[in-house]
Ligand binder design. Structure first.
Ligand SMILES: Cc1cc2nc3c(=O)[nH]c(=O)nc-3n(C[C@H](O)[C@H](O)[C@H](O)COP(=O)(O)O)c2cc1C
Length: 194
């Protein structure tokens, strides 16, 4: 499958993975794709932690689930019905089995020492490139963003100026969902000044 239009169109979030290992070289190709992304002042202001150690993945899962329980408790307390209905419809739960199922987790940190050069925007462009590269490789991922995320610095021993942005699990999907995602039309999201 060539990049990019078909890859962009067919990519869907994967929340359950097979435990099969990844082919050699695929993780490096995905990170390399992320590094090709443009960045403010060309600083490439990010760090990617590659986690394949099962015990470390387990600790990340335990902390993430603790954070999620508190997150949902607060959402219920303030009665955020629209969000709670949406997660229920999507069958998104407090438990995050993908964090231990996926053979590899990429944890992407923004290097906030470059925050005056758009380090946050640059990091997310890199994340977007890696998501597309994973799809092109036939792997699944989920843009997983527990809140707060500082437990990732603690578990991985990474300095505070690296701000965690996302966990991207990489693995073969248990079920391959190729349906084109439900999206607004171009007209709905565009204003023309012709
Ligand atoms: C910035 C961002 C944060 C997200 N955070 C989460 C998350 O924490 N947990 C999760 O299960 N999915 C998360 N997602 C995935 C979205 O729910 C998903 O992309 C969206 O529902 C569209 O579905 P699709 O990716 O299958 O097309 C996130 C996506 C983005 C772009």
């Amino acid at each position: 499958m060539g990049c990019c239009y078909e890859v962009m169109k067919q990519r869907r979030t994967t929340r359950r993975y097979k435990r099969d290992p990844l082919p050699d070289g695929v993780v490096e190709r995905i990170i390399q794709a992320g590094i090709y992304a443009p960045s403010g002042s060309n600083k490439s202001p990010y760090l990617v932690a590659v986690v394949s150690d099962f015990e470390v993945k387990k600790r990340i899962r335990e902390e993430a689930e603790a954070v999620e329980r508190e997150f949902y408790r607060k959402k219920r307390a303030v009665g955020e019905k629209e969000f709670l209905d949406w997660v229920q419809k999507k069958d998104i739960r407090v438990t995050k089995p993908f964090l231990t199922e996926a053979p590899v987790l990429l944890v992407v940190f923004e290097d906030s020492r470059w925050s005056d050069r758009h380090s946050l925007e640059s990091t997310w462009l890199t994340i977007a490139y890696m998501i597309l590269a994973a799809e092109q490789e036939g792997l699944g991922t989920v843009t997983y963003t527990p809140e707060p995320k500082t437990f990732l610095n603690t578990i991985l021993g990474i300095e505070e100026h690296y701000r965690p942005q996302v966990i991207l699990p990489l693995g073969f999907p248990q079920v391959r969902n190729r349906k084109v995602g439900n999206r607004p039309s171009v007209e709905e999201r565009t204003t023309y000044f012709a």
